[in-house]
Structures are given as structure tokens and as C-alpha cells.
Design a protein around this ligand. Structure first.
Ligand code: UDP
Ligand code: MG
Length: 317
């Protein structure tokens, strides 16, 4: 098996068939064997029925992993990687925003360049609104400052890589998975190619603004311990200010006999320090919560059932 496509699907009923057709079209002339590994991430629409039909047609090697509920795209990617048997593995969305033809180009790059182990597509021009673009750019700036590994702005989960990369990614046992970070962390030479995001074929995006914020926080907490050090810096800074203020007050009182009105100062200080302490507690809580969840050693996903079409078939033939 030359190539496995891992496709996370959540409520993609109307996209499954068009995606399948596009994929078969893109690879059938390539002369190598490929498989489609669909992961049904607890869809509430007819996605599973559509996938089942594809499996029963037995025209192409198709595997369907059916989750017991929605575990999120990261869990779906993990499950897909575990089942993929290809020499090369590609991650691609089911909504045709990322064209399967580009996967063929990525595979060709891996064929030609032995020195590269991974090909990642990045968005040259972002299609989202200005606000969202601004938030994403700044997220990358901040996370790159905080972490030792590099996050490339605009780089997506749309990538094709060799088996050694997949094995390395699977060897990380974390339950709170942040793919962008994991792929940077495992290393390997990566080739970046620009691509343009197409319009969604059908349905809508599952990422609301707050879901993205949560995802961004999860990325920062998973790959950096810098936020934990903020307390130390702030503590030092506030203590220095307090000492400076104390000296000023003593001098004012003893040397110049100026009365210091205490009430507003106390309120401001209580609020400021109270706020800072709560914030720092919150940051500590983020780390403790993640340690706690990891300590439970729950599986990343629960599989309800698995369907496969016949093995050993030539893709699209
Ligand atoms: N997805 C998933 N589980 C989720 C959310 C999304 O498997 O909980 C899949 C979804 O079906 C799609 C891919 O992840 O194939 C990307 O999702 P989406 O298109 O909503 O994200 P966007 O392209 O807007 O970033
Ligand atoms: Mg999409």
C-alpha cells in the first residue's frame, strides 16, 4: 500500500460521496495502491450510512472507523493514523476545502526528495475575516516566543508524510492532542507548499471562535510551561513596586509630614493583587487539570465498530 488518506468526518453526510469521487479521480491514474481511512467522529447525520455504502461498493480500499461519540478532530486523526497501512500517510478534511489532487503532488514530492519526510500545505492567502486573521497571526507570534519548537503561521493539518513520522506521532501518549505542536515536536525535514483553501462543498465549519480560543489555549499549555513562570515575574515586579511605594510613603510622612489618604490606595491594591492571584491560580489550574486528565489514562477515543472493504485492491480500478 503506497498511500493512506486519513479523513476525519463529523456531520459530513453531503460531502462524503463528492470527496470519494474526487479522491478516486485524483489517484486512479497514478498507478499506485491507495486506501481511504474515514473516521466517523460521532456524526449525528447520515455520515455513517454514506461511509457504509462506500465500503460495501468494494471499488476502492476503504476503512471506516466509527467512534462511539464525538471525540474531536485530533482524536479522529490519531485513530486514523493507527489504522493507516500506507507507506505515505496524508491527513485531509472531508469537506473538499483541501483538494485530493494536492495530496498526489505531495506524494510526488516525497518520491522525488528522499531528504524530506513530511510535506505540509500552508495557506498563502487566508480566506477568513480580518479579525480572525489578526488573532491567528498573533497566536503564532506568541506561541513561537513561548515554545522551543516552531509553529508555522498558516500551516494546516493538511499534510502527507512517511511512515516514520506517523510512528513518531503515535508514540506520543498524550490525551490532550494538539497536532500542529506534535508534528513540530517530532521533528523530521518538512517541505512546505502553498495552497488555496477552497469553499466548503456542503455543510458548515465546526469551529466557532470560542472553540478556536480553547484550542489555542490547549496548544499553549501543551507545549510550553512559560505561563507558569508568569507568576514569578509578576510577583517580583509587584514586590519591587510595593517596596518603592513603601519607601515613598515613609519619606513623605517622616520628612514632609504629608498625610497619606489610605482608603483608595488599599482598595486599588486589594483589587490588583486579588486579580493577579486569581489569574495565576487559573493558569496553575490549566496545568493541573491537564495533568489530572492525563493521570486517568483514558483512551483518546472509543471505537464502536470498524468496517473495511476487501483488502488488496488496486485503488480506483
Ligand atoms: N471534524 C471532526 N470532528 C470534529 C470537528 C471536525 O472530525 O469534532 C472534521 C470535519 O468533519 C472536517 C475536518 O475535521 O473533515 C475539519 O473541520 P471543519 O471543516 O469544520 O474545519 P475548518 O475547515 O473550518 O477549519
Ligand atoms: Mg473545513
Amino acid at each position: 500500500m503506497k498511500l493512506s488518506l486519513v479523513i476525519p468526518c463529523y456531520n459530513e453526510e453531503l460531502n462524503i460521496r463528492p470527496f470519494y469521487d474526487a479522491a478516486v479521480n485524483a489517484f486512479s491514474g497514478m498507478g499506485y495502491r491507495f486506501e481511504l481511512v474515514f473516521v466517523n467522529d460521532g456524526s449525528k447525520d447520515g455520515t455513517y450510512q454514506e461511509l457504509k455504502k462506500l465500503c460495501e461498493e468494494k471499488k476502492t480500499a476503504v476503512t471506516v472507523l466509527n467512534f462511539s461519540r464525538n471525540f474531536g478532530k485530533e482524536a479522529a486523526i490519531y485513530a486514523g493514523l493507527q489504522s493507516a497501512r500506507g507507506e505515505y500517510i496524508a491527513l485531509i478534511d472531508a469537506d473538499l476545502q483541501q483538494r485530493p489532487e494536492i495530496v498526489a503532488q505531495m506524494a510526488a514530492i516525497l518520491d522525488e526528495h528522499e531528504e524530506y519526510d513530511c510535506v505540509t500545505a500552508y495557506q498563502e492567502y487566508r480566506k477568513e475575516g480580518r479579525m480572525m486573521g489578526w488573532f491567528k497571526d498573533n497566536f503564532y507570534k506568541i506561541i513561537n516566543k513561548m515554545c522551543d519548537i516552531e509553529f508555522v503561521s498558516g500551516a494546516s493539518d493538511f499534510r502527507t508524510f512517511r511512515r516514520c513520522v506517523a510512528d513518531a506521532v503515535l508514540s506520543l501518549p498524550e490525551c490532550d492532542r494538539f497536532s500542529k505542536g506534535i508534528f513540530s515536536w517530532v521533528g523530521f525535514e518538512t517541505f512546505y507548499i502553498p495552497y488555496t483553501v477552497e469553499e466548503r462543498y456542503a455543510g458548515e465549519t465546526k469551529w466557532s471562535f470560542w472553540k478556536l480560543v480553547k484550542y489555542a489555549v490547549s496548544g499553549m499549555v501543551s507545549f510550553s510551561t512559560f505561563p507558569l513562570k508568569i507568576a514569578t515575574f509578576m510577583g517580583g515586579f509587584v514586590s519591587a513596586l510595593a517596596i518603592f511605594y513603601m519607601i515613598t510613603v515613609v519619606i513623605q510622612k517622616l520628612v514632609f509630614s504629608i498625610d497619606i489618604p489610605g482608603y483608595p490606595t488599599i482598595i486599588v491594591l486589594i483589587l490588583l493583587l486579588g486579580g493577579l492571584q486569581l489569574m495565576i491560580l487559573g493558569i496553575l489550574g490549566e496545568y493541573i487539570a491537564r495533568g489530572y486528565m492525563q493521570g486517568k489514562k483514558r483512551p483518546v477515543y472509543v471505537l464502536k465498530n470498524k468496517l473495511t472493504s476487501d483488502d488488496g485492491m488496486d485503488g480506483g480500478q
